[in-house]
Design a protein around this ligand. Sequence first.
Ligand code: SAM
Ligand code: SF4
Length: 475
Amino acid sequence: MKFTPEKYRIADEPMQPFIDSQEIWDYINNAKPTRERVRAIIAKSLNKERLNLEETAVLVNTTDPELVEEILQGARTLKEKVYGNRIVLFAPLYIGNKCTNNCTYCGFRTSNKDAVRMTLADEDLVKEVEALEDNGQKRLILVYGEHKDYSPEFIADNVRLVYGVKKGNGEIRRVNINAAPLDVEGFRIVKESGIGTYQVFQETYHPDFYTNYHLSGKKKDFNWRLTSLDRAQEAGLDDVGIGALFGLYDWRYEVLGLVRHTNHLEACYNVGPHTISFPRIKDASSVNTPAEYVVNDDDFVKLVAILRLAVPYTGMILTARESVAVRRQVIQFGVSQIDGGTKLELGSYAQTKNEEQNLNREQFMINDNRSLGEIIEDLVDNDYLPSFCTACYRLGRTGEHFMEFSVPGFIKRFCSPNAMLTLTEYLIDYATPEVQEKGWKLIERSLVDLESQANVAEIRNRIERIKQGERDLYF
Ligand code: SAM
Ligand code: SF4
């Protein structure tokens, strides 16, 4: 993995803001997507080199359909070459929707008086986790509004509680967090509870637009949010996720903003983001969002492909905000994680609340309502290997963000075998007979692909051990 030296490598300082909107626009306004240039940039990425801002700007300016197709094909090739066919699955778990911020696009905003506010009590949380385990989930992301009740200690207690819930063969092996930015001490407290990734989305990287969308509350402070993951790094939390909420501002600018953020983390901490998220705004209770910046499906596909090429080593997350059709299409261009069986209403996995109470407790509408089982079947039918792997962070393989990417054979030695082992557990414990049959065939096909590079005999041996009743085996 080679980093391309740019001036930010020298200029950026930890804990200091780094976004210069004029600089980003200068890159976009000056980028010329000639055929030769676009092809050279795609080739650079396929050579596993990170793209710089200028190169990313060339790609976002590309509109010639033939060249756009080459960008999509490049992202597809990179994904196949680097990540193989596995897709990691997780579920979001909303813990509380109290919020003191006023983000104009969000159903939880403090001025939304229609929202019914609640926070899961410990016993409700346990029921939710049990219901998720009954579906076969192993990886969760806990989601919170911003409120004094959701202190670092509270979040850490939730995390410990979730890890302690075991039902049958079910257990949660990785808890990620999407919550308000904390101070360094707060991040340290949450890290100690054993979380995986801490996500904070910048929403928009344009400071003026940011101010217009965030009317009051702590989130109004653009730079506090921008430097939040620096504070996480200072606290030793080196596994962080960035994101932009697409639809707030020009998507091309946001793509460069995400790359700029990646540059900053690399420059200051030598670790890029573990994941990049690219949610598109969806309808939410009493929310009006601007028509001007709506990202259409074609541009959405393009921007995902460009992000894949620009930051080849980073995991990319596509959520159930998107429809089944869009998810099926976009997944080809470099997505590595999706949620499955998602429910956003608080308390709805265990259905502890009745239908009427469910109204107005969700942040926004989702568009893929399939169960985890249906999503897994769809993945298997399309030759993707569903994975619940949690090995890396449990073995301390974190921070080296490009490890999967740069260590030759890493994916084939660890990721694909672990995907097969966790899929084996799922098939035995939770799948229908039809899905089991398809799943076994997929595992066989995948083992054949690995033949020359991995210790197939040992993988087969562990699959057998799981069939005999052992659980949680990984490389
Ligand atoms: N309250 C915390 C915060 O704002 O960072 C974390 C949780 S917030 C519920 C998670 C993310 O949901 C936000 O960062 C935002 O990007 C996204 N979001 C908010 N409103 C949305 C909407 N209407 N459609 C799609 N995504 C939305
Ligand atoms: Fe609160 Fe987060 Fe929604 Fe903003 S996006 S209103 S901070 S829950």
